[in-house]
Structures are given as C-alpha cells and as structure tokens.
Design a protein around this ligand. Structure first.
Ligand SMILES: NC(=O)c1ccc[n+]([C@@H]2O[C@H](COP(=O)([O-])OP(=O)(O)OC[C@H]3O[C@@H](n4cnc5c(N)ncnc54)[C@H](OP(=O)(O)O)[C@@H]3O)[C@@H](O)[C@H]2O)c1
Length: 269
C-alpha cells in the first residue's frame, strides 16, 4: 500500500518474500509493478556474528543484492539509494571517518557490505551509497526499547562504556535520503546523528529521559562483556562531510534525536 512520506515520494515497500534483492527477475518485476522512480534498499544480511559462519549468504544479500538492484535500476534509468554501514571502518582512527577515509572492514558482514557498495557503484552511475550506524526506530529491535523493557522489568542493564557510536533515528536518515534522492549528486555519503557517546552513556541517557533508574545501567569495559564472534569497530564515528558540502546535512545531535524519538513513541511517563 503506497504511503506518503511527506518528502515528495509515495513509498511502497516490498518484503523479502515479495522481492529477493539478489534475484534479477524479482527485482525488475517489483520495480516495474511499482512504477518506481527511486529504489531505497534497506535489505541486508545483518546478523554480524552469524555471517562469520555463513559468508555466502552474507555476500549474496549484501554484495550480489545491491549489484542486482543497481543493474536493474540502471537499465530502467532510475535512481538507487543503497544503505551501508560504519562497520566498513576498523574504528581505530581517533578522528571521525569521512567518505575519503580508506575502509578497513574487520568481519565478513563488514566486508560483504563494502563489496556491495563497490559492486553497486560499478553497475550504475545513478547510485547513492549511504553509510549509517547505530540505528533505532519504531519497528524492529532497537536499543531504546530494549533498555526501557529491561529497566521497567527490574533488570540491570550491562552496557559497554568503551565502544562509541552516534545513535541515529531512522526517521532522520529517511528525511535525508528523500532529499538526496531529489538531486543528481550521486556518490558516497555518511549519514549519522551528530555527536558521539558510549553504549553505556546512551543507555543512561534513555533511562534518565524515561525517569527510570539509570544507576541500574552497569557501565562495563568491553573485556567484561561476553565475547562476540565477529569483531566490531571500537569507535565507529562518521563525519557527514559530503552531506554538509551538498547543503543536505539535517542530521541532529544524537541527544535531540533520541528525545524526539521518545516523545514521538509516546513512551515518556
Ligand atoms: N541497524 C543498524 O544499527 C545498522 C547499522 C549500520 C548499517 N545498517 C544497514 O542499514 C540497513 C537496514 O538495516 P536494519 O537494521 O533495518 O536491518 P534488518 O532489521 O536486519 O532488516 C533487513 C531486512 O532485509 C531482509 N533481507 C535479507 N536478505 C534479503 C534479500 N536477499 N532480499 C530481500 N530482503 C532481504 C531481511 O529479511 P529476513 O528477516 O527475512 O532475513 C530483513 O527484513 C542495512 O543495509 C544495514 O546493513 C544498519
């Protein structure tokens, strides 16, 4: 069912069952049926740990998928907005990464996402690759809702005080994506909220805003938390340089965005 996102696009979504992004026939059929002017590709294999054991599945969705979409959109003469990740960097650089810093992916997931960026850009001139990170939104799993549920349930939340990121509301990414898609400035973009925080401070911020006991957020070093199968960047901070240079960086500070999300979700007591 088409919906109007307010950004001048009527949006139609397709589930995986309706359109596997690595299936060229399904992709062309879906785009043609929708009479789309722009395709926004948020489909991906996102289980970062499981990808270590299922590299072909990760590359199929994250590399062959965007390549297939780019070929199809190029053939139909339309634009593609494809989402990638801050994980293409190793997180060891002290300053934020801009679009001109060399990637250094550390996991299968990250390598497959970088491959997707490159294959999509090679297959079509009319591609925007938008790197995002630390997303939350109304639907699906998200950090604010998990914190809320656990603290309300009387649990203690163990959170990393060393890993840093810029929590980013998908609504803000959607607004920028819509604005970008109205331009012909194809290429690579970083798109995260401004500012940075640790996961522990992020959890405490949410607890404070919801008037829940932030002292029940246990801020721990990475080494005290369960070891994860795939490595994650320690400091995945992106600078939205290209959005800024194009006059399109409307991404707010992460704290402003998180408060707006909580208000919009109606979860403030
Ligand atoms: N969430 C974050 O913090 C974050 C951070 C950085 C970058 N990103 C990027 O942002 C985008 C959206 O992420 P997300 O968190 O919304 O991911 P998500 O919740 O895991 O959703 C991805 C969706 O893609 C579907 N999918 C997987 N393979 C597919 C295929 N071959 N064809 C069609 N659909 C397929 C999945 O279906 P199934 O459930 O059936 O597998 C799932 O519905 C991705 O490109 C991701 O890499 C996200």
């Amino acid at each position: 069912m088409p919906t109007n996102d307010g950004g001048g696009f009527e949006v139609e979504t397709r589930s995986r069952a309706q359109c596997d992004v690595a299936d060229a026939n399904a992709v062309v059929r879906a785009i043609t049926e929708a009479e789309a002017d722009v395709v926004f590709n948020a489909a991906a294999y996102t289980n970062v740990d499981r990808a270590e054991d299922e590299p072909d599945a990760a590359y199929q969705a994250n590399a062959v998928g965007p390549e297939t979409l780019a070929r199809a959109t190029a053939a139909l003469g339309i634009k593609l907005v494809h989402y990638s990740t801050d994980f293409v960097f190793d997180g060891e650089q002290e300053r934020p990464y801009d679009e001109f810093d060399a990637p250094s992916p550390q996991s299968i997931y990250a390598r497959s996402k970088l491959a997707g960026e490159r294959l999509a850009a090679a297959a079509s001139r009319r591609v925007f690759v938008v790197r995002v990170g630390c997303l939350y939104g109304r639907d699906g799993r998200n950090f604010p809702s998990t914190i809320l549920r656990r603290l309300r349930g009387g649990e203690t939340v163990r959170a990393d005080r060393e890993r840093l990121g810029s929590p980013t509301w998908v609504r803000d990414v959607a607004l920028v994506s819509g604005a970008l898609a109205h331009t012909e400035h194809f290429g690579l973009y970083h798109c995260t909220s401004a500012g940075q925080t640790s996961w522990a401070d992020y959890a405490r911020f949410i607890a404070d805003k919801l008037k829940l006991p932030s002292e029940r957020v246990d801020a721990l070093p990475t080494s005290a938390l369960p070891m994860m199968r795939a490595p994650r960047p320690r400091r995945a901070i992106l600078e939205n340089r290209m959005l800024r240079l194009r006059g399109l960086d409307t991404m707010p500070d992460w704290r402003i965005a998180a408060e707006a999300f909580i208000r919009a979700s109606g979860t403030l007591p």
